[in-house]
Design a binder for this molecule. Structure first.
Ligand code: RTP
Length: 135
């Protein structure tokens, strides 16, 4: 019996425009490297509106959706794939709660952000979404 925590997985991590603009790219990468995960892909990318809408399609009905699309397309993002044992769930822990004021100290959002609408980084919420988002 192999628990899912012990599987080698891949996840999509994206440093959002605020993180890039604030010079937090090295800080975010460093945290994933120090944890022991392996960087398997990286590119700086200015996301077009249609792709941003596709990426966040599950949130289409939310009132904040138009603001979210404006934010994510406002400047370059850093797109990355990271590989490792249990990396999908572990990355979500390293990133912290969606609202940075509720994120624990020690997490990326808990240490580096205050606003939900400027929360520095995205991480896939499942291995399936990891594959989809890397694509
Ligand atoms: P992410 O996808 O970025 O890792 O974030 P998440 O799973 O922690 O949060 P989710 O609920 O999927 O929301 C995606 C992103 O939408 C923005 N958001 N704004 N009330 C608001 O203004 C609001 N709620 C969510 C955030 O940028 C959030 O990360």
């Amino acid at each position: 019996l192999v628990a899912s925590m012990e599987q080698v997985e891949e996840t999509y991590i994206m440093i959002k425009p605020d993180g890039v603009q604030r010079g937090l790219v090295g800080e975010v990468i460093s945290r994933f490297e120090k944890k022991g995960f392996k960087l398997t892909g990286l590119k700086l990318f200015h996301c077009p509106k249609d792709l941003a809408e596709e990426h966040y399609k599950d949130l289409k009905s939310k009132s904040f959706f138009p603001k979210l699309i404006d934010y994510i397309t406002s400047g370059p993002v850093v797109c990355m794939s990271w590989e490792g044992i249990g990396v999908v769930a572990s990355a979500r822990k390293l990133i912290g709660a969606t609202n940075p004021l509720q994120a624990e100290p020690g997490t990326i959002r808990g240490d580096l952000a205050v606003q939900t609408g400027r929360n520095v980084v995205h991480g896939s919420d499942s291995p399936e979404n990891g594959k989809r988002e890397i694509g």
